[in-house]
Design a protein around this ligand. Sequence first.
Ligand code: PLP
Length: 438
Amino acid sequence: MTISPLPLRPHERIHTKANGSIDTPPRVPTPVHNFGTLAVHAGAHLDPSTGAVISPISLSTTYAQTAVGKPIGAYEYSRSSNPNRDNFEEAIAALEHARYALAFSSGSATTATILQSLAAGSHVVSVSDVYGGTHRYFTKVAAAHGVEVTFSPSLEVDIAQLIRPKDTKLIWIESPSNPTLRLVDIRNVASVAHKHGIMVVVDNTFLSPYVQNPLDHGADIVVHSVTKYINGHSDVVMGVAAFNSDDLKERLTFLQNAIGAVPSAFDCWLAHRGLKTLHLRAKEASHNATSVAMALEASPHVISVNYPGIKSHPHRHIAIKQHRDGMGGGMLSFRIKGGHAAAERFCQNTSIFVLAESLGGVESLVEVPSSMTHAGIPQAQREAAGVFEDLVRISCGIEDAEDLKRDVLQALEKAVVAPKITNGRPDGRVTNGLPNGD
Ligand SMILES: *Cc1c(COP(=O)(O)O)cnc(C)c1O
């Protein structure tokens, strides 16, 4: 390997490690730097052989050894570790104020690996309105491994009663919840849990590390579906967990390798690229969601709006305490007048918002949870959690706020007003020749 002759700045000088391998010292970021600096620089190492500013994608599955058991560099086999995954994990650890991060092939694989780390006979307490796939794993898979999960719609109130002194090992929080955007005071739950030696996990997918850092509020593990805000471009399925404990690092690294639900080097590279603009995207999405939420709240065609970034939200005080600058994030939901049919018509009449599941990408999306993301939950249970047939969920992207607002208002007119006036077509579309998004 030849060392690059490029003129490097002092902090970028390439060093030769004691074992002869070449390394670049850590780039600028340290915990004293702010989010944007960390997002751009953490884990972004210069390529020691060429000086490339952007890491090459290390597609090799295996790495040469100079003697038996003596790899040339830090790597042996790509499932166990590879440079692109290391770089991505380093960046996430910096952004979540964690010592360690481990990446997985999906958010769901992250959840599964954490649950697998619990011994048979363990008990878990979870918020009721967790992500559908998490609910499915908790109820259909964890049980087969002898791990029992109890759900609570009001974790903060019930926590002390739900803990089984010997068996409860983990508390699972999603804040905000999906799709009703309820918040949980992480600090309150963690202080009760820690008295009993119980670990707290927070799924931070809906806010991203830019808006909320659960470890700062007492959580032991923060998990993300990287698929959403962190990658942010709707082209990678991936997950990550971040934490501080050495014991967790050992157990979860062992399982990451043993179970093998690891992301590809290419996906790690893409997600790392996406992450470098997370602060810009999350800020813009939050700004857009605030504009849309306020426009919806002022509309006579809307029953209620769930958005933690505005005053009417019942947990606004938690958002102010727990979120960066009290931001609400890019997700919101609302109940439309006219029932399920109006909710469907709304989603079919937006022209910028795309009717699709998922969230957290640069493009705005819209969906009806009762027939799409949450269709698997029985109606009574769904409605008890506030997921009514007329609920519409919105993921705000980073388009122009005024355009998004106008799109939502015109779709409301078509979904709620037009059918009354025109005795609308059965599909509720108006025939005035305007583009309607399909
Ligand atoms: C999407 C999502 C998951 C699952 O992540 P995948 O990457 O799709 O496996 C978990 N939690 C939340 C809140 C999500 O939105």
